[in-house]
Design a protein around this ligand. Sequence first.
Ligand SMILES: [Cu+2]
Length: 176
Amino acid sequence: MKTRALLLIPALVFFSAAAAMAGAAPKSAHADIMDAKGAKVGTAKIKAVKDGVQISVKVTGLAAGDHGIHVHTVGKCEGPAFTTAGGHFNPTSAHHGMNNAADPHPHLGDLPNLKVAADGKGSATILAKGVTLGDGANSLFHEGGTALVIHAKADDYMTDPSGNSGDRIACGVISK
Ligand SMILES: [Cu+2]
């Protein structure tokens, strides 16, 4: 009886550690956004909220105007073209853009255009609905991670696969 009780202790410790790990979804995340030359041009602060995640993005030194910005499906930013970030984060196999005529839409990674002023600065606080920081397919930390990508042109919110938003000009891996 004594031996059996002693054997149970490590088992209990193991199971409670495993339970604690499974329950430990991060509450926040961040990204350093780099341009094609590897210079830092912005940051994103991300936190879990009721309906998804809130992304607060701040950039500097970009061309004035509206820029497409999306969560892409691979957490890898290799300049200058950033193709390593893959396509848009799209775990629901949807069409691109909130105004796409085809259903379902949009991608979970679709976000409103980022406005950059004449001084090259821009900032926005965006709700990405349905996205999580926890486990599962809708998580920014799904296998391989995700990245925040900024494009040269505005997203038209309807054209597959990326809203005709042009080249990828900056990219940041979303990190814990
Ligand atoms: Cu994109």
